[in-house]
Design a protein around this ligand. Structure first.
Ligand code: ZN
Length: 329
């Protein structure tokens, strides 16, 4: 759906966009909206679109993309739209930030009848910060709208969640994803290659196409999955060691390997089409060798490697231990 603002077109999720437009036209915007879905599926793009939808001066045609409110939101310069600042190791929100937002929520809007407070990637929000926010979401000032994005619902307190209208955002069809990537200027073959790895997850495809670290990590994680399926210890160690030369590279590789293990575990149990990893065929090959217990042990081994890296154990030492742990699963 293109709103003529020059912002990237939102691919897929047509039903969700229609639902939100209907809510806007009916004049019953929720006081707290949560957009949830896997990383890279377009939650933030849709959140920005929703903010324009909510504030647009032409409700019948919202978001028009041309009115003053639409333009201010697009430029992230609207005085009634506040983005909660991330902080800390988990990139959550500090209690001070939440208190600041609560104070802001009491202030009347400048331009219209709404003030919108955005908490993106709310998965990292601590229990303390959620508790500090609870009262505002439970008894919001009439003009306040809290907008959250999160990968899963599980990280939010049930009391907070029960006050939110939750809407799922989905990856798009592969062909739609390819169209969206070529519209952004990527070559057809590159777009197809990315979509083959990440299906209709446009955010992950963009990271893969534009970021060398992600591209290398995806290729290594895919090869690692295949090596684990073949129980080739030499290759597992060689691939992990090559990734260990750079800390960011290793982190990204282990994240994608964990996603591959998750996909293989799910495929071993069901034929669910939901994929989070970067190589469906390799995940399928590993699934043939995987019991739920073995999958869980492998996931535990990767978690332990993350913990080692967080406590500054060297990369090579970490991957040597990880290789031994994975091969003994
Ligand atoms: Zn507008």
């Amino acid at each position: 759906m293109n709103d003529h603002t020059g912002t990237p077109e939102i691919a897929g999720n047509a039903q969700l966009l229609r639902d939100l437009q209907h809510i806007r036209r009916s004049g019953h915007l929720p006081h707290a909206l949560l957009l949830h879905g896997e990383r890279g599926c377009g939650k933030k793009l849709i959140a920005d679109w929703f903010v324009r939808l909510a504030l647009c001066e032409h409700p019948e045609n919202a978001p028009c993309g041309e009115c003053r409110n639409c333009r201010l939101v697009r430029d992230h310069a609207h005085p009634d739209v506040l983005y909660a600042e991330h902080s800390g190791k988990r990139m959550g929100f500090s209690v001070e930030t939440v208190r600041m937002i609560r104070a802001e929520a009491a202030i009347l809007p400048n331009n219209g009848d709404l003030r919108i407070f955005l908490f993106t990637d709310a998965d990292g929000m601590s229990i303390q910060a959620q508790n500090a926010l609870l009262k505002s979401v439970e008894e919001p000032p009439p003009h306040a709208l809290f907008l959250f994005t999160a990968e899963t619902l599980g990280s939010l307190l049930p009391t907070l969640l029960s006050r939110m209208t939750a809407k799922a955002v989905f990856p798009v069809q592969a062909d739609e994803c390819i169209r969206s990537l070529t519209a952004r200027g990527y070559a057809q073959s590159d777009a197809e290659n990315a979509a083959a790895r990440f299906g209709g997850n446009i955010g992950k495809c963009l990271a893969y196409l534009s970021d060398e670290t992600t591209r290398k990590a995806a290729e290594t994680a895919a090869a690692l999955t295949a090596a684990l399926a073949a129980q080739n210890e030499y290759d597992v160690l060689r691939l992990l060691t090559s990734a260990a030369a750079d800390k960011d590279q290793l982190h990204r590789t282990l994240e994608l390997l964990d996603a591959q293990l998750r996909d293989a575990a799910v495929l071993a149990l069901t034929d669910s089409p939901v994929r989070l990893g970067c190589d469906a065929a390799a995940a399928q090959a590993l699934a043939l060798r995987l019991t739920p217990r073995r999958a869980l042990k492998m996931h535990g081994a990767v978690s332990e490697a993350f913990a080692d890296l967080d406590s500054n154990v060297g990369g090579v030492l970490t991957v040597t231990a990880l290789c031994a742990a994975l091969m003994s699963c």
